[in-house]
Every structure is written in C-alpha cells, then in structure tokens.
Design a protein around this ligand. Structure first.
Ligand code: HEC
Ligand SMILES: [Cu+2]
Length: 289
C-alpha cells in the first residue's frame, strides 16, 4: 500500500509540475528566446537524493519482509516431508509418521524440511500461498503458521510421472489437544471408522491405488479384485494363500513374497500404517469379490 500511495502521489505531483511548467514557460511570441541552460546542481541533488531515500526505505522494508517469509522462527515444529512417487510422507519430532495427511497444531509455526526419494516434486498449498520444489539429494524448506482450524489441500506441482495428479495430501489444522491425540493414537478416522471403510480410505489416500486396481486390470502391482482366500504363486513358484497374515506381510515386508509376474517395487509401509489401518486393508480386500 505504501508503494501504491507513493505512486499515486507522484503521478499527480509530476503531472501538476508539467502543467505548471508548460503554462509558465510557454513561447508567447517570436521574440521569446530560449535561454541556454546547462544544469542546476541544487535541483539535481534534490531529485536524486529524495528518490534514493525513498527506494532505500522500500528496499529495507521489503527485505525484512522477505527474510521473515523464508526463515522459520526458532520455536517452529520441524516436520520432515518426503516426496516419492506418488505419496507424501510426514515425520514428526516424536518419530511418529503419517502418509498424505499432515497434522499441525493451530497458531504454532511449522517448518517443513523437504526432500525427494526419486524425482523432483513440488509441495503446493494454494490456501497458504506456499509452493516449493522438493528435490532428490537436497533439502528445501517452507514454513507457515496456520491460523484457522480446518482442512487444506496439498498438490504436487511438478510433473513427476503417471500418478502425478493423484499425488495429493491434506493439511489438518488441529487444536493443540487434537494434535496431541493425533501424535499418540492417529487421527479420528483411524480410531473410529468401521474397518472396511478405513481400508478403502487407506487404499485411496495412502498410495495403494496408484499401483493396485480394484477391477482386475493389471497395474504396477496385482489387482485386488477377488484375491482373498485364493492360492497364488510367488516368483520362485512357491504357493501361498491370500489370508490376513499374508496381506499383513505384503504390507510390512513386500519383498518377502513377490507375486509371480511382478517387479519387487512395492515400498514397505512399516511404521507408516497403524495397526488398525492394516486390519482395515485386510477387511477391505476380503470384501472385494
Ligand atoms: C509402487 C507400487 C505399489 C504401491 C504404492 C503399493 N503396492 Fe502393493 N504391490 C505392488 C507390487 C508390484 C506387488 C507384487 C509384488 C510383491 O508382492 O511384492 C504388490 C503386492 C501387494 C499385495 C499382495 C497381492 C497378491 O495378489 O498377492 C498386497 C496385499 C499389497 N501389495 C498391498 C498394498 C497396500 C495395502 C498398499 C498401500 C498401503 C500397496 N500395496 C501399495 C506394488 C505396489
Ligand atoms: Cu510429484
């Protein structure tokens, strides 16, 4: 606003000076002779030093704002953000983790320390006017203070492959009490939702959907359609039955048994899914005829 008012002032001030000069020194007759003028040191100093003072004021004012926008306060909560095809993973100061759902307490500065495990992603929170690249082999940072409880959408804003548009996360701005409960027990959904629905939610929100289909089509991973209680073959030909223990093992140690015809590319979800979420996935797979 300072710059706008300054600009409006000088627009009218300069305009008035021009009109005044044009009228005062108008050539009135052929006898008017334009005097030979070289310079006026006093005037030149005035029109150099005053603008210099004004732009210096704008510079330092803007610079302090810039530093404030980029350097997190010392008491900020530090959360490590990992981007990987095609999920966002968050790790909190107490070691607990979450996938695609970032919980932060309201009115506390939060600093995100971000890096990527594969290609360049970009952490974009339109509601907070925040966007920054997430790069393999280098940390980038963002910080913010969320001032209203609620849920905000996060996008990946750097094209990173087939699942790019599904690389979504949400920021839950919690009250301090809700945040403490989240750190201890997981969010409300994890604690209260019926298992089957929770499993569906895990499937949609935790990245399973980028590799596993529900309709029988083969993706990067096998479809989940109708696999419950069936006997499948592993890469080395050994047979196994899809039951609760097997599904649990597939989630925590995906490389223990690699399904025949697939690459061992499934990442482990050890520490990323809570016990109840794993039970939910089991119930959900059971329900897929
Ligand atoms: C990057 C792709 C990818 C993601 C993401 C992924 N998986 Fe997988 N998954 C695979 C592949 C590939 C296999 C087959 C090879 C293997 O068993 O390791 C597999 C196998 C499985 C199996 C065994 C299926 C069978 O027919 O025997 C289960 C169960 C499973 N995944 C569950 C999950 C769950 C739950 C999630 C989400 C929390 C998930 N996967 C996320 C790629 C993925
Ligand atoms: Cu991405």
């Amino acid at each position: 606003m300072f710059i706008i008012y300054l600009t409006i002032f000088f627009f009218f001030f300069n305009g008035a000076l021009i009109i005044y000069a044009v009228r005062k020194w108008k050539r009135r007759s052929d006898k008017d002779v334009t005097p030979h003028i070289t310079h006026d040191t006093r005037l030149e100093l005035v029109w150099s030093l005053i603008p210099l003072a004004v732009v210096m004021l704008i510079f330092f004012w803007g610079f302090t704002g810039y530093v404030k926008a980029w350097v997190a306060p010392n008491d900020a909560i530090e959360i490590v953000v990992t981007g990987k095809k095609w999920v966002w993973q968050f790790e909190y100061p107490d070691g607990s983790r979450s996938l695609n759902d970032l919980h932060v307490p309201v009115n506390r500065p939060v600093k995100l320390i971000m890096h990527s495990e594969d290609v360049i992603h970009s952490f974009f929170v339109p509601a907070f006017r925040l966007k920054r690249d997430v790069i393999p082999g280098r940390y980038t940072e963002l910080w913010f203070t969320a001032t209203e409880p609620g849920v905000q959408q996060v996008f990946c804003a750097e094209y990173c492959g087939k699942g790019h548009s599904d690389m979504l996360a949400r920021i839950f701005v919690d009250s301090p009490e809700q945040y403490e409960i989240f750190l201890k027990e997981g969010d409300e959904q994890v604690r209260k939702m019926p298992l089957k629905e929770l499993g569906k939610l895990v499937y949609e929100n935790k990245g399973c959907a980028t590799c596993h289909s529900l309709d029988g089509t083969k993706g990067q991973g096998p479809s989940w359609k109708g696999i419950w209680a069936k006997t499948h073959k592993g890469a080395d030909g050994t047979e196994y039955t899809v039951d609760a223990n097997y599904v649990r093992q597939s989630i925590l140690q995906p490389q223990a048994v690699v399904v025949q015809g697939f690459e061992p590319i499934m990442p482990t979800f050890q520490g990323l899914l809570r016990e109840r979420e794993i039970l939910g996935v089991i119930e959900y797979i059971k329900s897929l005829e």
